[in-house]
Design a protein around this ligand. Sequence first.
Ligand code: ZN
Length: 342
Amino acid sequence: MSNLLLPTSTAGSLPKPVWLAEPEKLWSPWKLSGDALREAKQDALLVSLQEQISAGIDIVSDGEQTRQHFVTTFIEHLDGVDFNQRETVRIRNRYDASVPTVVGAVSRPKSVFVDDAKFLRQHTDKPIKWALPGPMTMIDTLYDAHYKSREKLAWEFAKILNEEAKELEACGVDIIQFDEPAFNVFFDEVNDWGVATLERAIEGLKCETAVHICYGYGIEANNNWKKTLGSEWRQYEESFPKLQASSIDIISLECQNSHVPMDLIELIRGKKVMVGAIDVATNTIETADEVAATLRKALQFVDADKLYPCTNCGMAPLSRSVARGKLEALAAGAALVRKELA
Ligand SMILES: [Zn+2]
């Protein structure tokens, strides 16, 4: 990776073009099928890549253009999960969703995202970050009728994720990120086995690794939950000490417009930090100065060479024009602070 200070990136997902899926919606159904869908997903990936490059994003992603959802799409490719047998469960103790059922031993018959990652690698020389769901967030999006143990299932998923991650690394992915919003909810489990299963998922990887922990997409259930969290959000306090002691290289977190006290970052001193300087729960586009102000605050607790300006979370539910504006603001804000540091 280059020596550029404050390299910008996104948490992962970006809006899909209207011809691929209905916009501004989670779990939006595809508009095409078969070969036409396969081709359209690749086209959308290229459009998303181009939008990131045009906006000045330094570490690019696939914009998650080939996934309907950041967790379910990965699980769809696994054996042992029946998508026709559905149960309603409470996701992250927050909202009910109809989810598939684990009916047998889980396994990954073939790679899930490797072709997409190869395709992205072919089309850019920039560093690539690839997002995968984390083990704890995966088990929280399923009904388990087989293992009947959240921990056991998490270890199984960690093994599967590790296989996928090694193949992604082999096709030239520079950073592999695991999305663990569940780390902000199930604190006892994070300490008992959450971080341990995450370390299993990154075992043997030579590329950089990241964990993304956020307060979720800007959807109603999440926004309502945030209203109950009070004026200071100290959830990170629960996972940071364990993560600081772990072998994860980068921690990605939510800072813009959130009530997370910035000094909590002190708890992960020594790690690289992807600082969320873009709020994904509002259509208001940040100014470059607002982004810069957030980054300057973070610089009190992160060394400049370890600070990675980022978005709070994925931008899939936003309109393309808003997302584009936010990417440009992120790049412009980072450029302002970079100039000050030079
Ligand atoms: Zn997120």
